[in-house]
Design a protein around this ligand. Structure first.
Ligand SMILES: C[S@@+](CC[C@H](N)C(=O)[O-])C[C@H]1O[C@@H](n2cnc3c(N)ncnc32)[C@H](O)[C@@H]1O
Length: 218
């Protein structure tokens, strides 16, 4: 299968740093903390990319499973894990493949989709969100860090949209990602039977550009 992240993958973290400073990085890790991950929590990370969040969760004691469709991303993730000083203590299973073909329903305390769902058009994103939600055990959590839908005055919304469409267009050209309006995951999660228990926003140039959500399955 074509590896869409072959070219852009190796530079992914450097690009996100150049584009957002530390905002994307902080957004990915915000909901993965000692108080949100019990000891030995089972964590599933969909489209894990270079795996910063996976390494972070595993460093807190979680048993982490990552699924990514890109051999480039997954082999970089494995190298990143091996380069950690605490590599021997990290419990991270890596699975190369399409998350839609991964079926380990009801088995995870936390399911993470950071900057993953925005890759897809609305129909596929909806399907993926439903699929990921089924992996959460009752009382488990979905964690989503991603671009924040436009809010505030027209100037702020214009800036947010410009900022998002610049990235979406670049990733359309580099990796064939879909270009669409920014998704609002909170009502979608509520429809799937989750309660939003926490939300944190992250700024770029004084405007909230990213949002991390944590939602508990009823
Ligand atoms: C925009 S990147 C985000 C990576 C990472 N979550 C992050 O925040 O840096 C999207 C990732 O999803 C992966 N991906 C795309 N489609 C996938 C699928 N159907 N199943 C699993 N992974 C997929 C890509 O290979 C890529 O690593």
């Amino acid at each position: 299968m074509l590896d869409k992240y072959k070219l852009v993958g190796p530079a992914y973290d450097a690009l996100s740093k150049a584009y957002s400073g530390n905002a994307i990085h902080n957004c990915k890790l915000a909901m993965l903390r000692q108080d949100t991950l019990g000891p030995e929590s089972n964590v599933l990370i969909a489209g894990a990319g270079l795996g910063k969040d996976a390494i972070h969760a595993a460093s807190l004691g979680a048993q982490v499973t990552v699924v990514d469709i890109s051999p480039t991303m997954l082999s970089r993730l494995q190298k990143n894990v091996a380069n950690q000083t605490n590599a021997a203590e990290l419990n991270i299973d890596t699975i190369l493949g399409d998350i839609l073909k991964f079926e380990d329903f009801g088995n995870y305390d936390v399911v993470v989709a950071n900057f993953f769902l925005n890759v897809f058009d609305r129909d596929k994103m909806t399907l993926l969100l439903q699929h990921l939600a089924r992996h959460c055990n009752p009382g488990g959590a979905m964690v989503i860090g991603d671009f924040k839908p436009g809010q505030g005055n027209l100037l702020k919304q214009g800036f947010q949209n410009l900022y998002w469409y610049a990235a979406a267009s670049a990733f359309f050209l580099a990796a064939g990602n879909a270009v669409h309006r920014i998704y609002d995951y909170a009502p979608m999660l509520e429809k799937l039977g989750f309660d939003i228990v926490e939300q944190q926003d992250f700024e770029v140039l004084g405007v909230d550009m990213y949002s991390a959500l944590r939602a508990i399955r009823q």
